[in-house]
Design a protein around this ligand. Sequence first.
Ligand code: FAD
Length: 485
Amino acid sequence: MESIWSSTCRMKERESLKGDIRADVAVIGGGMAGILAAYTLEREGVHTVVLEAERIGGGQTKNTTAKITSQHGMFCRSFIEKKGRETAEKYIQANQAAVEEYKKIIYREKIDCDLEETDSFVYSDDEGSLILEAEAASKLGAPASLVRKLEIPVPCAGAVKFRGQAQFHPLKFLEALKEELTIYENSPVKEIEEERILTAGGSVKADKIIFATHYPFVNFPGMYFTRMHQERSYVLALEGAENIKGMYIGSGPDPLSFRQYGKYLLLGGKSHRTGENKDGCRYEELREAARRFYPRSREAASWSAQDCITADQIPFIGQYASDRPNWFAATGFQKWGMTSSMVSAMILRDRICGRANPYADIFSPDRFSSEEIPQIMKDSGKAVKGLIKRFFHIPGDTVNLIAPGSASIVETAEGKVGVYRAEDGRLFQVDIVCPHLGCQLAWNPDERTWDCPCHGSRFDYEGNLLEGPAQDGIRLECKAGASLG
Ligand SMILES: Cc1cc2nc3c(=O)[nH]c(=O)nc-3n(C[C@H](O)[C@H](O)[C@H](O)COP(=O)(O)OP(=O)(O)OC[C@H]3O[C@@H](n4cnc5c(N)ncnc54)[C@H](O)[C@@H]3O)c2cc1C
């Protein structure tokens, strides 16, 4: 289903790239990170071109909850303990600077994107943790305080509040910001040859390249696939719930998120690692929470999104790899991609313009050690990119076990195949091996998609690519005599 952002903002379409052009910087990917990077560079007089595979904002950004805050959950105390005070301070300062930069841009450009300055809160039922977190946050210079009474009906001991944060409509913001930018939509980048970026319709030769594709799709160098996984979360837009002013998120492993947009209360949560949602009850669990907390509310929309999670909870922003001085990455946003996109834009602008940035070191991708490479490398040998697989013969009695609206991985004489039975009985076969690096896909009943548990690529039941890092779909070609039993 469409998010309320998509249903309340129609973005003007741009042409696809035709022919060969030149730019100082090419940004691949037109989500929040890519558009902010391009805007920020253009303001410095750096000629920047954005290449977007589909539509601007059409990736994760259209399905965010769009809280602009430096309060990334209950993290201050644990950041100080695990990473030291200096890193924790820089992290919070960078994100607080990002909050202020959003406000500055929106006021300067007079962007009508429903910006509301408001406070953010992390709530918990553990009073001791709240006290320690509020102290830690204040020590780091965050605008933090402890509050006992909340406007949301969740049982808890209170919350840590960050003053002066913000929320907005992300697509209205992007629509206004992209006005003056050079953008090509429906122009997926298929290959990069040194400084030349190739699409089906043309190419861009650029001195510098920024990968703002949510998940970097060039596996070598960089090996981001060994350093991040993806997590998916679900959102309901409720009508008729009591309005709230602040933005809320719980602490702990299964936190619920709350914010208001106009007449809608957005209730989010029920995260899981992408590719690990066998039971498919995430929306139902959220609906149960909605009935409990807002019994008079009505569901107006539902949607889901995912984000990249790094091992140390800090995004990767900076030079893509040691042997690619002119390539840059902005990824691993931990579900805090509004401020992280702005932090990326500021760090990459300074880097490309030859200026020092006080926060660049803590986000630098080179903090990675190659010794961290896990087991997953083994999977790369199984990559099947470029192979055309065809329909398999599946015995009828196996197929009959698949209920309408559900899917199964079926063993055949020719190998494993994913089979989905539509409500009307039609069957859809897909290759069950992810074309990115060869992991076996898993069915997500909540979204009726095939999802990769290793790196988070997603495909619809017909096999069309929904989300990378994979760059190809998993459709099987029908061959004469192919049979589903
Ligand atoms: C449920 C949920 C709620 C969230 N809520 C918040 C929140 O309240 N506040 C917050 O700060 N963060 C939030 N986040 C995180 C935030 O939404 C994301 O981090 C952010 O939107 C990512 O933006 P992006 O530009 O990196 O990626 P995207 O928006 O996905 O943009 C990447 C773009 O790259 C394009 N692309 C990919 N491959 C290619 C290619 N080969 N060629 C050309 N283009 C390509 C894609 O089409 C896409 O448009 C949330 C995340 C989730 C999952």
